[in-house]
Design a protein around this ligand. Structure first.
Ligand SMILES: [Ca+2]
Length: 111
């Protein structure tokens, strides 16, 4: 289902992600589904967005704690799953965590 004519708006993006990763077809993502989505996104980052550590391209993996944290912070209506309205926030949260992780590993290398 397209939400706008071009199919390129945020809602369409979210709807497409959910229909791709919502394994149990309840129109939302549980922790395992969200984890699979994030891992896939990390694996398929465009070259200019690849994460680097000391000049080496690294692939970040969300830990279970990361996913728990995202689920806790972003499940705004508290139903235990990430809905359409919560997915962009969840992805932004992961982007922040990922940024922090690669910054941390850079700092470790410098030290
Ligand atoms: Ca929710």
């Amino acid at each position: 289902m397209a939400w706008c004519e071009s199919g390129a708006c945020d809602l369409c993006y979210v709807a497409a992600l959910i229909s791709q990763w919502d394994i149990d077809a309840n129109q939302s993502l549980n922790a395992a589904e969200l984890r699979a989505l994030i891992i896939h996104k990390e694996e398929t980052l465009p070259p200019n967005q690849k994460r680097e550590q000391a000049g080496v391209i690294i692939e970040l993996r969300p830990t279970e704690q990361d996913i728990d944290y995202i689920m806790e912070e972003c499940d705004l209506n508290g139903n235990g799953v990430i809905d359409k309205s919560e997915l962009l926030i969840a992805l932004a949260q992961w982007a922040e965590i990922a940024e922090r992780k690669s910054a941390q590993s850079r700092a470790c290398v410098v030290l």
